[in-house]
Design a protein around this ligand. Structure first.
Ligand code: AMP
Length: 542
């Protein structure tokens, strides 16, 4: 028997309409790269979304199901694009500006973006590949001066595009299971893979993250969205802020610790998000230059890489600011778990409490987790048995976009995360390792396999194995162990860095090299990364 409840669509339009009707007075504040500050209300933003919707449909001919790319930092217009594009039934494809030119070109062609909205400061990155983009009909420049010059073809200015449009627009009926957003992950082997979010998954993810046991956001908060809007829809924050009525503060490219601290102070920000590298930088900058008054910041939500016990302790002891760890993936919208204490932990010592908070945490309602051991069995929740973390849920991927990646899913419908974890008796998950042959540095992926093939194409190199090693600032960084073809040869680190810079962007290139006689191998002749990591940890990798 079916329930007798309205079939009410959970769409991004539902979020936008709600934000406008209840919280039209709430603020969106952007700090632009030139130091200027821009402030407007949810109500103003709502009207501009409608103007954008008219421009997209009338001027640019965008239709239901079309892909529209964004190549931009965090700012008001980028929030408008999230709502305006999905609102007309098109798909908002946020392109990661930090990927290599080759990856960006691949992503744009693979998704078939028709229009790309690009920040003026990022235009040079697209100019290099523009002739190779097969489907893009227009580039729309954001925050560009009128006399801005570019070699990009068919350019328009964002403000001109929406200026003479009506702020009335009737949203089309959208099925909540239709696609609203697209984001590519490079955290898998091979080429980046697209993750296509639905309106429903976006809505459910945002409402859940807002709740007190999860992100704990309300209409009394002012939230700094540090996670770039080109990373997994900024963890859903542009949506949850409209639902919770939290003021939104957007830093654009002002991501240096000093710039973040200035924004935190000026805007009296009390909640924020970001990867550990950002918070490590902010912590050290605050230690070097302690603020005159206590910051309004109460809590920062961290994910992307592990938030360490020492950072949680440091922030809390020195500045009274609480770090909250979350775990997730592009494939899981992203948030899957959060680590918060419960009354059952009240009697524990401070150290035991921090140990729990340094775990990746418990699943959100709407998400299920399990650990599967190497022999294919579901592990007990004893906090000890390690295995691959698998996930199911209302905002977990069911298939990659245009790719049949059966190996990423189990036969009984779970997504294989590639993380190696434990789950304890209270459901707290802890990441121990990763099966993915990748390095996560400062929140961005580096493919060790891609570096190895590039290095092994060097005329003097026989074998190259790349592993992740710990780094205080970037959490992880790549280390390349090199076997030379001819033991009499020499090659310098600088020569290899220069060689790799033809193919890789700066942050992806290893700065650390060791020259060895042979790469340790497994019984089937593969590079034994575990053994290389052990040798490194014991100081024997020389
Ligand atoms: P991405 O899809 O780029 O967001 O990367 C997802 C991956 O980042 C996960 O599968 C983990 O390997 C890693 N990750 C995310 N959050 C955490 C966390 N809190 N602690 C440790 N690793 C994390």
């Amino acid at each position: 028997m079916k329930g007798l409840i309205m079939d009410y669509p959970l769409t991004t339009n539902t979020i936008l309409e709600y934000g406008n009707s209840v919280y039209h007075h709430k603020k969106i504040i952007t700090h632009l790269p030139d130091g200027t500050r821009h402030e407007y209300s949810f109500g103003d933003m709502y009207k501009r979304c409608k103007k954008l919707a008219n421009a997209l449909t009338q001027k640019l001919g965008i239709k239901n199901g079309d892909m529209v790319g964004t190549f931009a930092w965090n700012h008001g217009p980028h929030v408008e694009l999230y709502y305006g594009i999905s609102g007309i039934g098109a798909v908002c494809h946020t392109i990661n500006i930090r990927l290599s030119s080759h990856q960006i070109e691949y992503i744009i062609n693979n998704s078939e973006d028709k229009v790309i909205f690009v920040d003026a400061t990022l235009v040079p990155l697209l100019e290099k590949i523009a002739p190779l983009l097969e489907t893009v009909e227009h580039f729309v420049l954001i925050n560009a001066a009128q006399d801005f010059t570019t070699t990009l073809p068919n350019t328009l200015h964002y403000e001109d595009l929406i200026a003479d449009q009506s702020d009335h627009f009737e949203w089309p009926a959208i099925n909540e299971n239709d696609a609203s957003g697209l984001c590519y992950t490079s955290g898998t082997t091979g080429l980046p893979k697209g993750v296509l979010y639905s309106h429903r998954s976006t809505f459910l993810h945002a409402t859940t993250i807002m709740s007190p046991n999860a992100g704990n956001f309300s209409n009394r908060d002012t939230v700094l969205l540090i996670v770039p809007q080109f990373h997994v829809m900024a963890w859903g924050f542009p949506y949850l802020c409209l639902l919770s009525g939290s003021n939104m503060v957007l830093p654009s490219s002002n991501l240096q610790p000093e710039a973040i601290i200035k924004i935190l102070i000026e805007e009296k920000v009390n909640k924020a998000n970001g990867v550990p590298t950002i918070w490590l930088g902010v912590y050290h900058a605050l230690k070097m230059n302690p603020p005159k008054e206590k910051l309004a910041l109460e809590e920062y939500l961290v994910g992307g890489s592990a938030l360490t016990k020492s950072l949680i302790q440091g922030f809390e002891k020195d500045f009274g600011i609480k770090g909250v760890q979350a775990w997730g993936m592009t494939e899981t919208s992203p948030l899957g778990t959060v680590s918060r204490l419960q009354p059952l932990h009240d009697s524990l010592s401070e150290d035991e409490k921090i140990t729990i908070r340094a775990k990746q945490g418990t699943a959100f309602p709407g998400v299920e987790l399990r650990i599967v051991t190497d022999d294919g069995k579901v592990a007990p929740t004893d906090g000890k048995t390690m295995g691959e973390l698998q996930i199911k849920g209302a905002w977990t991927i069911s298939s990659y976009f245009k790719t049949n990646n059966h190996e990423s899913f189990t036969e009984d419908g779970w997504f294989k995360t590639g993380d190696v974890s434990t789950i304890d008796q209270d459901g707290y998950m802890e990441i121990k390792d990763r099966t993915k042959d990748l390095i996560k540095s400062g929140g961005e992926w580096i493919s060790s396999v891609a570096l190895e093939s590039a290095l092994m194409a060097h005329p003097k190199i026989k074998e190259a194995a790349v592993i992740a090693i710990p780094d205080e600032k970037w959490v992880e960084k790549p280390l390349a162990s090199i076997v030379l073809l001819n033991s009499d040869d020499t090659v310098s680190d600088e020569e290899l860095i220069d060689f790799l810079s033809r193919e890789f962007v700066k942050y992806q290139i290893p700065k650390d090299y060791v020259y060895i006689n042979e790469v340790p191998k497994t019984s089937v002749g593969k590079f034994d990364k575990k053994e290389i990591r052990r040798l490194f940890a014991e100081g024997k990798l020389t």
